[in-house]
Design a protein around this ligand. Structure first.
Ligand code: MD6
Ligand code: FE
Length: 161
């Protein structure tokens, strides 16, 4: 995908589910058609839906029915700059984020853009649920370090529901 400024994002992205997050020259938003195929995004696998729903329920978000899954693929050097997830309509709903493959350094701070690093170097699988007062925290991902994961090779995959 492209940024609003016309740059190519270093993270490769696609979606599944009813809605997909899109970045292009017009900015960030959710759309129902994949602009590359002009077709709906692939449907959300039942296993994904259940994973996100069960995870959200463990921290009190009963009945979380994800209608979008952003699929991010990182290679060594890929990064995600500081952002807030605020293109959603209902901030009372949490975000469930599942990561597989290479570990990373994830950073987060309060409602300002000042940075605090959260290094998660030993986790090969990570599940994070963002809700409540943390829902609009700024966060980002440091450039992925060169390494090999036994299953995913030189990749990190993140699913954001
Ligand atoms: C990533 N994740 O982990 C990017 N946003 O690759 C996010 O931007 C994110 O993990 C909101 C909530 C959880 C996240
Ligand atoms: Fe985010």
């Amino acid at each position: 995908m492209q940024t609003a400024g016309g740059h190519r994002m270093s993270v490769e992205m696609t979606n599944c589910g009813e809605w997909g997050w899109l970045s292009d020259e017009q900015g960030y938003r959710y759309v129902q058609l994949d602009p590359l195929s002009a077709k709906p995004w692939p449907s959300m696998p039942a296993l994904f839906l259940k994973l996100a729903c069960d995870a959200a329920a463990t921290v009190g978000y009963e009945g979380f029915a994800a209608n979008a899954c952003l699929i991010n693929r990182y290679r060594p050097g890929s990064k995600m700059s500081l952002h807030q997830d605020k293109n959603e309509r209902d901030f009372d709903q949490p975000i469930v984020s599942v990561s597989l493959g290479l570990p990373l350094c994830f950073f987060s701070e309060g409602m300002s853009a000042a940075i605090k690093w959260i290094s998660m170097p030993y986790f090969m699988v990570m599940l994070v649920i963002w809700g409540g007062e943390d829902r609009l925290r700024y966060h980002g991902v440091m450039p992925l370090k060169e390494a090999e994961h036994p299953v995913l090779g030189a990749h990190r995959i993140n699913l954001t529901f």
